[in-house]
Design a binder for this molecule. Structure first.
Ligand SMILES: Cc1cc2nc3c(=O)[nH]c(=O)nc-3n(C[C@H](O)[C@H](O)[C@H](O)COP(=O)(O)OP(=O)(O)OC[C@H]3O[C@@H](n4cnc5c(N)ncnc54)[C@H](O)[C@@H]3O)c2cc1C
Length: 357
């Protein structure tokens, strides 16, 4: 765990030094490449990083997701205090919304933020928090209780050294990266650390995810492109039955399907990012991209493992790593089933609006 933490910190620093993290925030005055986050640039970067290193992609993605709410809706003070260090790679960001009983049904979250003078007291739990344990600050979504469900949630920036915030458990997953369960016990957060209006937290979370959801698809495309490259390399060099593995039509069918699926996922991905960048509605298209890219990448990587035979299941072989890297992408930032619902609801709503004329 310590090794992954160190590697992740180092990658964030290197990504900052190399200028990559300028694309993970918005606001030129704070060190960004543009006034708003450029979704196409984020996608290109994630596709490229994922092709080479899952952990580098993770480190880049979390700087954006963990500070996106500040870029979008933070006050000038909040932006000044947090965004430059995110872009330089000197501060590590995290996004904390999930709870043990609120994952897909995120509006059911229970972590409470109770107003107490000029501050809020946070009490409750967050789990599956990426960068948990190494983050310098967390964007925490907690219930301020204006209304039930999605409308009673607010967003807060919580510095990792705030009294009452505890890393209760470190969690190890199949593609290792820093991950933790957090506990808040009378954790006092100044009201000035709230992002946006009270009760707007759910909207803030969803608008942040709208930017970054297509980038999960881009990462999946990057993993899948690497798998295709490895499959081509292996099948054109592995001799069997007097010829190369790639000479068999059964292998060619696999390669053709991988390449076509990957390109169709890439087109959906970059369409979603372009819609976002040009200010058009993107919720349905980002869901289509995320669902398709993560599902086809899983299949393409599985085909690559098959082409490698026994070598493909050797621990830490490149295709074995890809096999582990891709799996969580079908679950986090909205599982495939959640994306299906988003797409279908969008279709039905648009259809009903047309019918009613
Ligand atoms: C590696 C990793 C990193 C993560 N990082 C973060 C992070 O940084 N911050 C954060 O807040 N959270 C994070 N998460 C949590 C992630 O967002 C949740 O895991 C996800 O929302 C699913 O919630 P759950 O795990 O509680 O599954 P559940 O909500 O229990 O869902 C289980 C399964 O039910 C199915 N399902 C869901 N909804 C429906 C439906 N309507 N109909 C039919 N089937 C359905 C899906 O297959 C789903 O996988 C991370 C998770 C992982 C695995």
């Amino acid at each position: 765990m310590r090794e992954v933490d160190e590697e992740c910190r180092k990658l964030v620093r290197l990504l900052g030094e190399g200028g990559w993290l300028k694309y993970s925030i918005g606001g030129v005055a704070y060190g960004a490449s543009a006034e708003t986050i450029d979704a196409r640039a984020v996608c290109l970067i994630r596709e490229t990083l994922a092709r080479h290193s899952g952990l580098a992609d993770f480190a880049f993605a979390m700087q954006g997701l963990g500070s996106g709410a500040i870029s979008n809706l933070g006050t000038q003070e909040q932006k000044k205090r947090y965004l430059p260090s995110v872009a330089q790679g000197s501060a590590i960001a995290a996004f904390a919304i999930s709870e043990p009983d609120a994952g897909s049904d995120v509006a059911a979250l229970q972590c409470a933020a109770t107003k107490d003078g000029d501050s809020y007291l946070l009490n409750g739990e967050k789990t599956w928090i990426s960068n948990g344990g190494i983050a310098d600050f967390y964007i925490v979504f907690a219930r301020t209780g204006e209304e039930h469900g999605a409308k009673g949630i607010s967003a807060f920036i919580v510095d990792s050294d705030t009294a009452g915030l505890e890393i209760a458990e470190r969690i190890t997953v199949m593609a290792p990266h820093p991950l933790a369960r957090l506990v808040f016990k009378n954790c006092r957060v100044p009201a000035a650390q709230r992002i946006g209006e009270s009760g707007q937290g759910f909207k803030i979370a969803m608008s942040t995810l709208d930017i970054f959801r297509s980038s999960v698809a881009a990462a999946a495309v990057g993993f899948a492109r690497r798998a295709l490259l490895e499959a081509l390399s292996r099948s054109t060099s592995r001799k069997m039955f007097g010829q190369m593995l790639a000479d068999f039509q059964l292998t060619q069918a696999k390669l053709a399907k991988m390449a076509t699926d990957i390109d169709s996922a890439a087109l959906l991905t970059y369409r979603a990012a372009w819609l976002k960048d040009t200010g058009q509605p993107v919720t349905v298209e980002a869901a289509m991209a995320k669902m398709t890219a993560t599902e086809i990448a899983q299949q393409a990587i599985d085909s690559a493992v098959q082409i490698f035979g026994a070598l493909g299941v050797v621990s830490d072989h490149v295709v074995e790593s890809l096999y582990r890297e891709i799996r969580p992408l079908r679950i986090y930032e909205g599982a495939t089933e959640v994306q299906q619902l988003i797409i279908a609801r969008g279709l039905i709503k648009a259809h009903m609006a047309k019918v009613k004329g």
